[in-house]
Write a protein of this length. Structure first.
Length: 266
């Protein structure tokens, strides 16, 4: 475990197109503290029994569950957005994970969006699970037009969520000031998706340190503040081979541990 006390986990999305069992095996071999399960079309990501077996086999717990609220998972667990959230909460409870990550509603999900803030707060109160709403970004159309694709907004800072996930690839795509977001969120920042980006309209999820985001500064700041949430490596490795994936995920873990520990040595 990192010296700051924060656990460093591996998102199952980081091994895509490999499967969920590969993520657990990789996390264990490289020395990650746990796994974030991205609920996906892979049926293993939706089965508590299979996930418990993988966690026990490899000795790495499930730290968090990412609800299937992405555009590409709109039909996973049906089309009712609250059912997706509720089943993600149930999965987290069965696995002993304390956090469910979810995206804000899409603009066309108007009924869901109208009750989203209250629905999140009610479910947190009733279950004790942290529902950490993730920062997103405006969609950029041809000729540089921006489309507001999320309600109430893609930026959670001004929203009354008790818990927020900060994604450092999404800050790059949005052109957000990640360090200002850390300051503004304060104790509401409950979960970190560690990645990087250079500001492309495409969500890049680079290995931390390979883009323009202040990944090291964010980690150092959180460590100095005795951050009690989890740091989850969520990087894209789908275009590289097995050997390079291994190197990238080992590098990301070393980056996280080094910068979490550096606050203690200052």
């Amino acid at each position: 475990m990192a010296e700051s006390g924060a656990r460093v986990g591996l998102s199952t999305a980081s091994v895509y197109p490999e499967n969920c069992p590969t993520a657990f095996e990789t996390a264990s071999r490289l020395g990650y503290d746990g796994v974030e399960v991205m609920v996906w079309t892979d049926p293993v990501t939706r089965e508590a029994g299979a996930l418990r077996a993988l966690a026990g086999l490899h000795g790495v717990p499930v730290l968090s569950v990412h609800a299937p609220t992405l555009l590409v998972t709109q039909r996973v667990w049906g089309t009712d957005p609250w059912e997706k959230v509720d089943r993600s909460i149930e999965l987290a409870l069965e696995l002993g994970a304390g956090t469910v990550v979810l995206h804000p509603p899409f603009r066309w999900q108007r009924e869901y969006a109208a009750g989203f803030v209250d629905g999140v707060a009610l479910r947190e109160h009733d279950t004790g699970i942290r529902l950490a709403v993730e920062n997103m970004y405006p969609w950029r159309a041809p000729r540089s037009r921006e489309l507001e694709a999320y309600l109430p907004h893609w930026d959670p800072v001004a929203q009354p969520y008790d818990h927020v996930t900060l994604d450092l690839s999404h800050t790059a795509t949005a052109g957000s000031d990640a360090m200002q977001m850390v300051r503004d969120l304060g104790s509401r920042l409950a979960h970190l998706h560690l990645a990087d980006g250079v500001g492309s309209p495409r969500d890049e999820h680079l290995v931390p340190g390979r883009g323009t985001q202040p990944c090291a500064e964010v980690l150092e700041t959180l460590a100095a503040q005795a951050f009690s949430g989890d740091v989850i490596v969520e990087v894209a490795t789908r275009r590289v081979g097995e050997a390079q994936r291994e190197l990238d995920l080992a590098e990301a873990l070393a980056f996280a541990r080094l910068n979490l520990a550096s606050a203690r040595s200052c």
